[in-house]
Design a protein around this ligand. Structure first.
Ligand code: MGD
Ligand code: MGD
Ligand code: SF4
Ligand code: MO
Length: 803
């Protein structure tokens, strides 16, 4: 094994694992970073990395351009409150910047209580790992905010898993936990992978290394089934692509279970021993025979039978479930069906099936294939963030009880440590149940073009706050519009750290992030947090001097002391299969799954407890021909959005030349038949409108998208443009989320319309680009009628009361 740091001529070469910034999930891909005269000169893949074996995607290859980009902020900045929206930033010292943050936080806490502060975090970047700590341990507030309508990313799938299986996160098995990988004794390749609303080649989400799917297809003949309204790259290599109408997935998944039961393609032994509620589930799916699902989903009936049989006959089989599960108000039920499909085959936690992790929902019990027992707990190091906050007098339980929106959505509050986002937006606007005065943004840009639905509302609401600060790397619409202090953050190769897949919920390996260079005065997220923490609650925070102190303090992070991990670069988790048979899944050491029945709950007591139907049911999309027929005349297309592109991570990377040249403009995909009818040609600028607003993107006419459906890119702004208000880097021009409502949620609060809205399309005459003055900020009258939630459709039935 090559050393983690070596000298070759004038270059020092570091072996390290990537996380963020720039944006990525904890995939931990292996890098070799070449440094000359204190500067990164080249980044290449690390052939010795057990998972990625030398391959990298474009974003890591473009790291040098990102690190040394002229627009990158490398010193702390401050700005007078009256200059918000103007480019009137002044450089200041870290001491001054952190003083300003601490002073304001203390003032707000004294006057209104700590809950008047909120901390925004986005998706699983490293910085995002710390936003509950910033909230609960630095500011003592319960209000961490993940601002996506209906908390529609990973949270719903985690909740499905927690309620039905008891914890962890099911992932396809690509021998990712073992050093010898595909050679590992006992490992077998999945014979079939059902890929549902996910494109892992582009997204590598949450620690899944998507390229492994290609490896298994090539080396072991693994067959693929894709459920997707678009034919993706993997789709073209699949046995079946079920091109359904977006948002109708639950009908299709119920029909899959119907076929499995009809043909008796299930593992009765496993079901008898380890599943609860199979009979009720099968009775429920009798409502959804393939013929009915075919009609709802716009998929041939024959194909449903064929695909479900292919899946049901495969031994072993696996399921890759993606974001389309979360971004759907009926997605809780979809997730429920997909977990059932993983379990009734008997291939859950089995080789070549769907792996489970041993982490609890804090992600903190994994060690060397076994759990950390209570007597191994050292001081308060294994306490959760909340326990630490209470114990150290930083936050009281009473303050924790004021977390916004959780009274209305307790299911969400029981699994996730944040506010209920849609309710939080209302709280900002109405100042009820109380007024929020201060916000801190870490790895999230809610006025920008990714996380928020109706960003126009977030913009108005956030501008009112007394004090705002951010920890980021570039100016963006949020920092420009409302921040008073800006803390410059170090990239993944500029600080030490640790990365673990699935945030510890299902770890394949632990990787070291090894510091290679220092840029300006940038600090890591943890260092920035410690700097403010020391000024807020020194008794707690003064115990840490370096990021390594902090990492080693936390069990999830200190599975191996950082100093040892650095030398090894990666250490495999080696988690075994069939953990439920030997008591390795339950905290009490009993066999079975950590649910109340000890089994996989196909009939879910937890759902029932939170007022949700314990069994899956289908509901039509919130917007569409069934529920909003009158709107369809004006908005006849079904709109799905945000399928990932390898060159961008959400709103990021638009300023990196070699990445931007791959896709220089935002694109809306539409079918050639639709394009012909509308007189739209490739590259035409198109105005896309919904009842909430209108924006422009460029037409990409492709047969791979279903007729009547279009797909728009998310995350588009123009960092090369004027950043001052009102333009805000062209934030409103192509931002597809201007068209999306908040508050279209399922019973437990989850789901949004990002993947199943309605829209109209119109060719823009003339030049029509984003710089056409007519195209700036076209808002239609926002209609707030969206609050017809799914609760109004589904009501508890007698059946719910039984059991
Ligand atoms: N390069 C890159 N990687 C990323 C990200 C990024 O921005 N860029 N973002 C990260 C984040 S936060 C996440 S959550 C993951 C998400 O990653 P994935 O889970 O892979 O999700 P998406 O790429 O959004 O969408 C996957 C597929 O769902 C299809 N789809 C659209 N609507 C529907 C529908 O209604 N039903 C079904 N069945 N399919 C549908 C799309 O056509 C697309 O092919 O990616 C992560 N990785
Ligand atoms: N229409 C549509 N919209 C979507 C989606 C979709 O499918 N369709 N997907 C949604 C999903 S799943 C998600 S998760 C959200 C994501 O939304 P967000 O996670 O909020 O993404 P960004 O808006 O790109 O904001 C991230 C900011 O963090 C900064 N940053 C990156 N890495 C770090 C770091 O390690 N530390 C710090 N301090 N800052 C960092 C970046 O510079 C950027 O300004 O977007 C959602 N938006
Ligand atoms: S998935 Fe791509 S961007 Fe993310 S760490 Fe791996 S190579 Fe880098
Ligand atoms: Mo996400």
């Amino acid at each position: 094994m090559t050393e983690w740091k070596r000298q070759e001529g004038e270059e020092t070469i570091f072996r390290t694992c990537a996380w963020s910034p720039p944006g990525c999930h904890p995939v931990g891909c292996g890098l070799q970073v070449h440094v000359k005269d204190g500067k990164v000169v080249k980044v290449e893949g690390d052939p010795e990395h057990p998972i990625t074996k030398g391959s990298l995607c474009t974003r890591c290859l473009a790291l040098p351009e990102y690190i040394y980009h002229p627009d990158r902020i490398t010193h702390p900045l401050k700005r007078a409150r009256e200059d918000r929206g103007k480019d009137k930033w002044e450089q200041c010292t870290w001491d001054e910047a952190t003083d300003l943050i601490a002073q304001n936080a203390k003032e707000v806490t004294e006057k209104y209580g700590a809950e008047a502060i909120c901390v925004f975090g986005g998706t699983g970047r490293e910085g995002n790992n710390w936003y509950p700590q910033w909230a609960n341990l630095v500011f003592g507030t319960p209000n961490s905010v993940y601002a996506q309508a209906g908390w529609s990313c990973y949270g719903p799938r985690m909740t499905n898993t927690a309620f039905m299986i008891g914890g962890g996160y099911p992932e396809i098995d690509y021998a990712q936990k073992f050093e010898d990988r595909y050679e590992h004794e006992g490992w077998v390749a999945p014979e079939c992978i059902l890929i549902w609303g996910k494109e892992p080649l582009r997204s590598n989400p949450d620690g899944l290394y998507g390229h492994a799917v290609i490896e298994m297809v090539r080396q072991f003949g693994t067959k693929l089934i894709c459920v997707d309204p678009r034919v993706t790259w993997l789709g073209t290599r699949s046995e079946e692509v079920l091109q359904l109408r977006p948002g109708t997935d639950t009908a299709l998944a119920m029909a899959f279970i119907y076929v499995m039961a009809h043909d008796d393609l299930v593992d009765h032994d496993f079901i008898d021993k380890w599943c609860y509620g199979y009979e009720q589930l099968i009775e429920r799916v009798q409502d959804m025979p393939p013929a009915k699902a075919a009609e709802i989903c716009g998929v041939p009936e024959e194909q449903i039978w064929r695909a479900a049989r292919l899946y049901g006959n495969a031994k072993p089989s696996s399921v890759a479930w993606g974001l389309a599960v979360d971004e759907n108000p009926n997605g809780t039920q979809l997730g429920q069906c997909l977990i059932a499909l993983m379990a009734i085959t008997g291939f859950i936690d089995a080789p070549g099936g769907t792996t489970l992790g041993m982490g609890d929902d804090q992600g903190n019990v994994v060690r060397d294939g076994g759990s950390i027992s209570a007597d191994e707990k050292v001081d308060d190091a294994t306490d959760s963030t909340l326990e630490l906050a209470f114990k150290n007098g930083i936050m009281t339980e009473e303050t924790w009880g004021r977390r916004i929106g959780i009274d209305k959505y307790p299911a969400m509050g029981s699994i996730l440590w944040t506010v209920m986002p849609d309710e939080f937006l209302k709280a900002l606007e109405t100042e009820k149940p109380y007024k929020i005065h201060m916000a801190h943004f870490i790895s999230s840009n809610p006025i920008g073009t990714a996380i928020s639905a109706e960003p126009q509302r977030w913009y108005e609401a956030l501008k009112k706050l007394d004090f705002c600060c951010a920890a980021d790397l570039f100016m963006n619409p949020t920092t420009m519009a409302c921040c008073d202090v800006f803390l410059p953050i170090a990239t993944t190769v500029e600080h030490d750290g640790m990365v673990v897949t699935h945030y510890g919920l299902n770890s394949s390996f632990y990787g070291a992030q090894n510091k290679c260079v220092q840029v300006g005065e940038c600090k890591s997220d943890v260092e920035a947090m410690m700097a403010v923490g020391k000024k807020m609650y020194p008794d707690f925070w003064n115990r840490f001097e370096t990021q390594t102190d902090y990492d080693n303090f936390h069990v999830m992070r200190s599975w191996l002391p950082y100093e040892e991990l650095r030398e090894k670069v990666t250490v495999m988790s080696n988690e075994p299969y069939f953990k439920y048979e030997v008591g390795k899944l339950r905290p009490d050491g009993q066999v079975g799954f950590p649910t109340s029945t000890g089994r996989v709950e196909l009939y879910s007591y937890m759902y029932e407890q939170f007022g949700e139907n314990p069994l899956p049911y289908y509901e039509d999309p919130a917007y569409g021909p069934e529920r909003t027929p009158e709107l369809m005349e004006k908005y006849p297309f079904i709109l799905t959005t945000g399928a990932r592109k390898q060159e961008f991570f959400h709103s990021e990377h638009k300023q990196v030349p070699s990445l931007r040249q791959i896709t220089p403009y935002p694109q809306i995909d539409l079918n050639p038949a639709d394009a012909a009818r509308l007189g739209i040609e490739e590259d035409d600028w198109v105005e896309i409108a919904s009842p909430y607003g209108a924006v422009r993107q460029r037409a990409h006419v492709v047969p791979t998208i279903k007729e009547g459906v279009c797909h728009a890119m998310h995350g588009w702004w123009y960092p090369e443009e004027d950043g001052e208000e009102p333009n805000l880097f062209g934030n409103w021009k192509s931002n597809i989320n201007v068209l999306m409502p908040n508050s279209v949620n399922g019973v437990m609060g989850f789901g949004n319309t990002f993947k199943q809205m309605i829209c109209s399309l119109k060719k823009v005459e003339g030049e029509g680009g984003p710089n056409d003055p007519d195209s700036t900020g076209i808002f239609l009258e926002p209609s707030r009628q969206a609050e017809f939630t799914y609760q109004q459709v589904w009501r508890p039935t007698d059946e719910t009361q039984q059991a």
